[in-house]
Every structure is written in C-alpha cells, then in structure tokens.
Design a protein around this ligand. Structure first.
Ligand code: PDD
Length: 281
C-alpha cells in the first residue's frame, strides 16, 4: 500500500508526519472521506467544495490547486489498485514549533492522502441485518459543521457504542432532539413514508451523502423534510437509517436496545441505497 505525504508517494508503513505537525499537536486540520465505486469517486465535486469551506473557516491555505489535489487522489487510488473503496485526505496547518497562535504565513500546510478497499461482504451483511445504535448526550463544540480532525467526542461515543454491542452512537441535544451519529447523519421514515433529517444549519455536519440522498429520495417520489426530531419520534419511526460516504446508507434496527419498526431493515432505506448510485455522479 502507498500513501501521499507532503509531495511524495511513500510506502504506507513508512508514511509519517513530523512530531510538530499541528494536526498531531492541536487537531489543527480538516479532512474528507470519499467513496470510490467502480473506479469513480462518488460526489467528488461536493467533497472538494466542502473541503474548501472547512479550510476557509479555519483559515488554512489549500496545500495545492484543486486540480493538482484531484490528480494526487487519482494516483493514490491507482497505486493502491482501489476501484471499490475509500480515500482519506487530511490537510493541517503544517509543521511549526508548538505555539497556539498560527505559525508564520509561509508555513506550508501538510497534506496526506491514503486509500483502501472496502470490505464488500461486511457492508452487505450490515445492509441485510441492519445495525444497532445507542444515544449519547451531545458534548462537542458548536462548530461541528467544519469537518475537523478534532474527533475525540466522536471517538469516545463510538467506543461506548462498541462496548455496548452497537455500531453507532447518536448524539442527542439538551432538548432531547437527535443531532447526528458519531460519523454519520441520521434519518427517520415516518408513518406516511416521508423522510426526515435534521436541518444542516443546526449543529451537525452537512453530510455529502445526506445532500445527494435528498435528491435520490425525490427521484423516488419520496417526501423529504429537513426538520429536527426527538429520540421518542425516532423510536416510534417506521424506519431509521444512517448515511455517510463510508457506508452510503445503513438501516438501524434497534436504538438503545429497543426495536425500530418490526426490528428488520426497512424497504425504503433499501430502495434509496439501490437508487443512490444512479444519481451520484
Ligand atoms: N464521517 N456526521 C459526521 C459527524 C461525520 O463524521 C460524517 C462523515 C457524516 C457524514 O458525512 P458524509 O456523508 O459527507 O460522509 C456526518 C466520515 C465518513 C468519517 O469520519 O469517517
């Protein structure tokens, strides 16, 4: 396996950044994860637009032109022979002697790109069986709309889910309203078959899969409402599912040990998943 690190393609085992990288010391960086399917990068333009937004919000410079970055991504995919999988890219404010304030203006940002194949069997199993989730109180900062590498609350929440035999942790705000998963957006299907997901303006990441899925749902003639819902509404929903570039759409069949619907994956989530790749560019 190979990774791209600050200008070179290196063996994955030897791929490393400096101990004074600000990503390492301060989580002072941003990232993107994209799905690759049959050799195509799913929703590439939207991921690059979000990267641009994240960088601007944190005032980190682009490490290279957008076109050059896409070339690097394609080269990493090629060298790793990834036709179905993921790539990960991370940009940090660069390497400088530890100091909270920004380093000198000419400090180049650090850039890393890695790629891996996905485990198709594991994904198929999760789709066939569904996953379970737990709820956890929101304890993140209020700029989770920026895709930063500062993910400690997400890490702790996912680990708690794992220790309780679940695959995802769902953050819930102080009013008992669902926010999003540790690394996914959360959706419900109500009794009428309409989809609901929290508005992206209110304390969640605007997931690219979420955006594309809204378009997919419309092509299927489904109604989509961007409106917050409570944990109670989620427990009473006909279906619950989560979306992210890493999985597109997984049905959630239990939350906090309580069954959703009939306890089996629902067909709306399945239909959306099937239609997704016809719409995503
Ligand atoms: N996570 N919400 C959070 C907190 C996320 O970390 C992610 C993605 C999403 C879904 O966004 P998208 O559809 O653009 O992947 C929502 C990535 C996959 C990760 O951290 O691995």
């Amino acid at each position: 396996r190979f990774a791209y690190v600050n200008g070179s393609y290196v063996r994955h085992q030897e791929a490393a950044v400096h101990v004074e990288d600000r990503g390492y010391q301060f989580a002072d960086g941003v990232y993107e994860v994209c799905e690759v399917r049959h050799g195509f990068i799913v929703d590439l333009r939207r991921h690059m637009d979000r990267l641009d937004r994240s960088l601007n919000e944190l005032r980190i410079a682009w490490p290279m032109s957008r076109m050059a970055l896409v070339q690097v991504i394609r080269e990493v995919l090629r060298r790793n022979r990834v036709r179905n999988g993921l790539f990960y890219l991370q940009v940090t404010r660069g390497v400088a002697r530890r100091d909270h304030v920004f380093p000198a203006k000419d400090t180049p940002p650090s850039i890393v790109v890695t790629a891996k194949r996905t485990d198709a069997a594991a994904i198929a199993r999760k789709n066939a069986e569904g996953i379970s989730a737990i709820t956890v109180p929101e304890n993140r900062w209020d700029r989770v709309d920026i895709k930063t590498v500062g993910l400690l609350p997400n890490v702790l929440a996912r680990q708690r889910a794992r220790e309780q035999g679940s695959q995802e942790a769902i953050f819930v705000d102080a009013d008992g309203m669902v926010k999003e998963g540790a690394a996914t957006n959360v959706w419900i299907v109500d009794g009428e078959g309409s989809l609901r997901t929290r508005p992206a303006e209110h304390g969640i990441l605007r997931g690219i899969t979420r955006t594309t899925l809204m378009e997919v749902a419309k092509t299927l003639g489904l109604k989509v409402e961007e409106r917050a819902f409570s944990v109670e509404e989620m427990l009473a929903a006909r279906e619950v599912f989560i979306t992210a570039a890493t999985s597109i759409c997984f049905p959630v069949v239990a939350v906090d040990g309580r069954s959703i619907g009939n306890g089996h994956p629902g067909n709306i989530a399945q239909n959306i998943r099937d239609a997704f790749f016809a719409v995503a560019e």
